[in-house]
Ligand binder design. Sequence first.
Ligand code: ATP
Length: 288
Amino acid sequence: MWVNDRNDNNPIVVINKLKFTYPGIDGHPPPGSVPLIEDFSLTLNSGDRCLLVGSNGAGKTTILKILGGKHMVDPDMVRVLGRSAFHDTSLISSGDLAYLGGEVLDIDLSWRMHKVSDGQRRRVQICMGLLKEFKVLLLDEITVDLDVLARADLLTFLRKECEEHGATIIYATHIFDGLENWPSHIVYVAHGKLQLASTMEEVKNMSNLSLMRTVEQWLRKERDEERKRRKERKANGLPEFDRRIDGSRVIGGDPVRVVNNGWAAGRLNSTVAGEKNFMYSSNRVMRQ
Ligand SMILES: Nc1ncnc2c1ncn2[C@@H]1O[C@H](COP(=O)(O)OP(=O)(O)OP(=O)(O)O)[C@@H](O)[C@H]1O
């Protein structure tokens, strides 16, 4: 497969047998927990535009956050520009590595940003995130509120950054509008495991369908297999779902306070969401 066979001298992103479990309240994976990401390997080179696809909860954001140095993993498991993103903070501070996710750039309401639309706010967030010249850009579905033109312009700009300046982009998204000819590579992840990593050309040779329909087909197959697995478990007298180990939440009391959501100690970038029953969370997943 392309990911493991490529032999470029200076790969920009190298993920090598990545294994990750969100830590519990004590900072360690809860006993008995199954790794969320397992045996995940991927190599990307300068100029690659990689689309990261998968169903809800597949682990896309987690992978992007690990690459962005927001979760600690063994330094040999993830190298960005030859360095460990978690341990080498200069990667982010220099702007060489940029992470742009839904909730990362919170806007201070005192900037009168409450008077603008969601899409206008999103544009400001994106502009701020792209102010510094980047070598590696991690995008976690950032185009949700953009109008068609703003989205098309952004995709063109990003493509140019890759083609003309050799930037490398990994973009996790569920929105395939205007993406048909944008990526150079597609990576499909399911249940934290790599299912497919191919060039766009290979994906087109594999399927006559549009990119969106091709991905839809993959996800449908995944869902059908999951349903079959659950049915078989049930027939064998086993619980339909695997036992869930809740390690990173403190539940109970009023108000409910989540004090550890899996971000590495000392690097928590908290957002107070809501006033009454507030949660400390830097991840929208935890805001319920
Ligand atoms: N901070 C956290 N602590 C514990 N579990 C988490 C945390 N963040 C995410 N998870 C769990 O990890 C799994 C993968 O989540 P992740 O956000 O990486 O998926 P995703 O592929 O980005 O999903 P989506 O497409 O819905 O954004 C989910 O089951 C989620 O509940």
